[in-house]
Design a protein around this ligand. Structure first.
Ligand SMILES: [Zn+2]
Length: 102
């Protein structure tokens, strides 16, 4: 999936808000010339050479980040960065407080 200009703006804000110093740096060479990719990729569950295509297949959407000095590649979760919808959490509903008051 391509990263739209709106997604890129959200990603840039996420980096400014969440990363030390408001910018990416390379965890290998500590260089600061690290660029985000313009695509979202996905990692899938390893299935020992069998390709499984099903609605329940687990995929992890990621934005590659590439160090322009040493070539190291890392990833930012596209879900955590708010670029794509996340997974539904299994949450126990809160009790209705009005019922408890009666
Ligand atoms: Zn590097």
């Amino acid at each position: 999936m391509d990263i739209t200009p709106e997604m890129k703006a959200r990603l840039d804000k996420f980096i400014v808000d969440k990363f030390p110093g408001g910018q990416l740096y390379c965890t290998v060479c500590l260089g600061k010339d690290v660029q985000t990719s313009n695509i979202i990729i996905e990692l899938g569950k390893y299935t020992q050479g069998v390709l499984i295509i099903s609605p329940g297949a687990v995929k992890i959407p990621l934005v590659p980040v590439i160090c322009m000095t040493c070539g190291s590649v890392g990833f930012i979760s596209a879900v955590i960065a708010g670029l794509v919808p996340g997974f539904t959490k299994n949450v126990t509903p809160e009790k209705d407080k009005n019922k408890d008051a009666n």
